[in-house]
Design a protein around this ligand. Sequence first.
Ligand code: PMP
Length: 436
Amino acid sequence: GDNRPDLAAWWMPFTANRQFKADPRLLAAASGMYYRTVEGQEVLDGTSGLWCVNAGHGRAEIADAVRQQLMTLDFAPSFQMGHPIGFEFAQRLTKIAPAGMDRVFFTNSGSESVDTALKIAMAYHRARGEGQRTKLIGREKGYHGVGFGGLSVGGLVNNRRTFVTLPGVDHLPSTYDLTRNAFSRGLPAHGVEKADALEGLIALHGPETIAAVIVEPVAGSAGVLPPPVGYLARLREICDRHGILLIFDEVITGFGRVGAPFASQAFGVTPDLMTTAKGLTNGVIPMGAVFVKRGVHDAIVQGPEAAIEFFHGYTYSGHPVACAAGLAVLDIYAREDLFARGAAIAPLWEAALHSLHAQPHVIDIRNVGLMGAVELSPREGAPGARGYEVLVKALAAGLLVRATGDIIALSPPLIISEAQVGALVEILGGVLAGID
Ligand code: PMP
């Protein structure tokens, strides 16, 4: 229509803009579980925006806190001075964090959290006089953002095709083969054997050269791949044996997505560093945080070579407005018991998703907590086309999903009602029934 803006100047991320510009769709507003388009169509948010709006849209408490903070202390140079709200937010975060992760470094995004964590890992070894430990191990199909560090340890090869990545990086095999086509409920088996691949990589490179291993507890961008039973614990064991730090990238899985505050707690394995963003501020103000075990922090600050300082920080580290938003978000999570709510509704979510089993082209359904994926067989000669068609038709039918290739990923806000779970799956089922 005539009220549409010119779509040329905003260079949008990835290649989404190509598809989008051919078939534009603009969001005008959001409230609770719904987006509204500029045409006035209501769209059920099946993805919490981009895996982040865990408490739902349009929360007045966050808006009030942001406005109040802007009018009180709108910026603080955290290289020279702190501010009470930053210390309060960090302390509140450590209270829901896995035991022992009681130091928090603030960033502005998931990508920055990942690069920060990788640098902390290297600084840790350096401070302990093991500066030759610089290699990093990620995982195939892993997604750790688009900084050069995160891109390098990431394993979605399209993302790094046109960039030179860090040297000294290797990748564990993905766990996709253990989940694919299984229609499994709960976690897949054979995690211990799968994790043992780490021993092979360590032997190849030499344990004394490796700084850290980084994985998403549940791979999100790869299409929701839950960890096989025993997998994360085995990684922990192997890392401990060789003095290697273990990093969990909880940018998606943090803040209630998988039935506990963090996946680390849901699966009973505590890493040395944990990267977060997204749900940290409900996605409404850009912010990230790296949680660090006290021993790691103290080694960098007090170790034998601690004089080599950890020079790292951002203009916006611990931005007071982001901290204010985050505190309001933590209040909502606590007051509405949203992490427990996510866990409580997960069985219904699982049953509803798996009711799509018989729809055409569905080759797998996976779920963990309030994450889910419906994987479709690729159309002959046109991988991704079927997934994109589902995305477009779901939007037309009033549901926002995420399509990564032919995998339809879902992660609704934790406030979703039972009736809305039913509505979401009914819309998706109707769309799936109608595609060829
Ligand atoms: N790590 C993971 C696991 C993610 O899912 C993402 C974003 N989807 C990132 C890092 C990067 O976060 P951001 O886009 O905020 O930089």
